[in-house]
Design a protein around this ligand. Structure first.
Ligand code: ZN
Length: 245
């Protein structure tokens, strides 16, 4: 088979997978990761590389007690079966806004503003559980996969050919421009709903009341006014999502 023929075949397989992943989920069905060209191992590698880049650029809170507090809370959630088997890492950074983000494979960054705005531990836990859910549902690379559908055959070919170097570097070599920004771009509304629902399960499993997640998102929405806090601008539709939790 010629290289072109292989590419065509891979593209067809990819389209079939994409179509399959668009099937609607019935209520009560477990939430499973969607279409993704990356392996779980690549998620972890990508996240590690991106986290190293981010650590150079952000102001990490230099208070070991606070970092340990966040780490311990995160570990309680990460120990739940619904959190999957990922090497989670929780880092508190100096940012006044109420925001947080997760990278593929486990690194999660929390803005220190969350500590000011949360009324109780449960609300902070709600954000952590939500971010853990983005990791286990692999929303970052799933979204990147969809965005790169056109170039998918090149991605697979790159993997098949066993290109050397990091995953980020490989993606760069084949012109995908897959960078840190791609991995933390705004998620779709359905991805956010999934993260809420999965996060609620994780919270409950760890002995927290999932309603606190909904309460916190409601509170942020109420505070939003004309200029919503960052969490809302990067996490759409809080009005809708509250009902799901
Ligand atoms: Zn989210």
């Amino acid at each position: 088979m010629s290289v072109n023929a292989i590419f065509k075949k891979l593209a067809l397989v990819a389209l079939a997978l994409l179509h399959f992943s668009c099937a609607t989920r019935e209520p009560g069905d477990p939430i499973t990761p969607e279409y993704n060209v990356y392996s779980k191992e690549q998620d972890i590698e990508l996240g590690r590389e991106a986290a190293a880049e981010i650590r150079k650029q952000v102001d990490i809170v230099q208070n070991e007690e606070l970092q340990r507090y966040v780490r311990d809370l995160g570990a309680r959630l990460a120990g739940q079966p619904q959190a999957g088997d990922y090497p989670y890492e929780f880092t508190l950074i100096n940012e006044d806004s109420s925001n947080a983000f997760a990278l593929p494979g486990g690194p999660i960054f929390l803005h220190s503003g969350l500590l000011d705005h949360a009324d109780n531990e449960g609300q902070l836990v709600g954000v952590l559980a939500h971010e853990i859910s983005h990791v286990v549902l692999r929303h970052g690379t799933s979204q990147a996969s969809r965005a790169q559908m056109v170039q998918l055959p090149a991605v697979i070919a790159g993997a098949v050919l066993g290109q050397q170097g990091s995953v980020l570097a490989q993606a760069g070599q084949i012109g995908l421009g897959l960078g840190v920004n791609t991995l933390i771009m705004k998620y779709s509304r359905s991805a956010e709903k999934e993260a809420d629902a999965q996060g609620a399960h994780i919270m409950a499993g760890a002995g927290f009341n999932p309603i606190e997640m909904a309460t916190f998102f409601q509170k942020l929405e109420a505070q939003g006014g004309a200029r919503p806090p960052a969490l809302l601008s990067s996490h759409p539709g809080p009005g809708n999502r509250v009902r799901l939790v």
